[in-house]
Write a protein that binds this ligand. Structure first.
Ligand SMILES: CC(C)(COP(=O)(O)OP(=O)(O)OC[C@H]1O[C@@H](n2cnc3c(N)ncnc32)[C@H](O)[C@@H]1O)[C@@H](O)C(=O)NCCC(=O)NCCS
Ligand SMILES: Nc1ncnc2c1ncn2[C@@H]1O[C@H](COP(=O)(O)OP(=O)(O)OP(=O)(O)O)[C@@H](O)[C@H]1O
Length: 195
């Protein structure tokens, strides 16, 4: 079974594109969601995160204080690296456990915002990059997450530039509204299922 990594910079529309693959019956592992999941269920990881970021990283009811963590990591590269080094091994384990339940699928998608930055693209048979121009991407996340342009730019600046990712990706899905997304998805689906 093929493992396909799918990524794109913040606001590119990778989650939206993944929903189309799901409509075709393709299982999608959402790394961002998995990260949030392990950060609230893996007791050793929770302990390590509290030890490093302080008890404020969690609310009293055990939920993650995303605003607090974001305010630290998206303004400091070393802190983001530390967060990544604590969280990513648990996400990789979650993916290995997840894929066991999807061996009947012709291929699976691993959606990750930082597929190339984290090096996890090396474990994938192919990679897809979802692209859109930076101003459109920032505008989308400002509206989706109700954040300021400065906050959106800070997050964007922590990611490898889209033009670098274009060089690394095997396939591109253009989501700038100049081309329809569904035919691009169907084209790749045919390739991966050898239809
Ligand atoms: C910092 C956290 C708590 C903020 O949560 P919040 O719900 O507010 O934002 P969300 O997760 O939707 O992230 C917003 C966007 O920021 C970008 N982003 C998230 N994590 C990272 C990261 N480690 N490096 C660079 N960009 C990132 C992505 O484009 C993402 O879609 C959260 O992003 C997190 O725990 N990140 C670390 C885990 C991680 O690396 N996740 C990404 C894939 S495994
Ligand atoms: N072609 C498009 N035109 C306009 N809005 C779009 C388009 N594609 C996606 N969006 C919207 O832009 C926002 C970002 O899309 P989505 O959440 O799929 O991006 P993402 O790449 O997963 O982002 P992030 O890395 O921030 O999680 C969403 O609100 C989505 O509905």
């Amino acid at each position: 079974m093929l493992k396909i990594g799918i990524t794109g910079n913040i606001g590119s529309g990778k989650t939206t594109v993944c929903r189309v693959f799901e409509l075709l019956g393709i299982p999608v592992f959402y790394s961002d969601d998995a990260a949030k999941q392990v950060m609230t269920t893996d007791t050793q990881l929770i302990k390590n995160l509290k030890q490093h970021f302080g008890n404020e990283a969690y609310f009293d009811n055990g939920t993650l204080n995303k605003k607090f963590i974001s305010s630290i990591v998206f303004n400091n590269a070393a802190e983001l690296n530390k967060l990544n080094s604590l969280v990513h091994p648990a996400v990789f384990r979650a993916f290995d456990a997840w894929i066991i339940n999807h061996t009947a699928a012709p291929y699976v998608l691993k959606e990750a915002a930082i597929l190339f930055e984290s090096g996890s693209y090396k474990d994938c048979d192919h990679t897809i990059l979802v692209t859109a121009p930076t101003p459109a991407r920032l505008q989308r996340v400002i509206e989706r997450d109700n954040i300021t342009i400065e906050q959106a730019e800070a997050r964007n600046s922590k990611q490898m530039p889209q033009e670098e990712k274009v060089k690394l990706a095997d396939y591109i899905i253009n989501n700038d509204n100049s081309a329809l997304v569904i035919p691009q998805v169907l084209h790749l689906h045919k390739l991966f299922t050898r239809q």
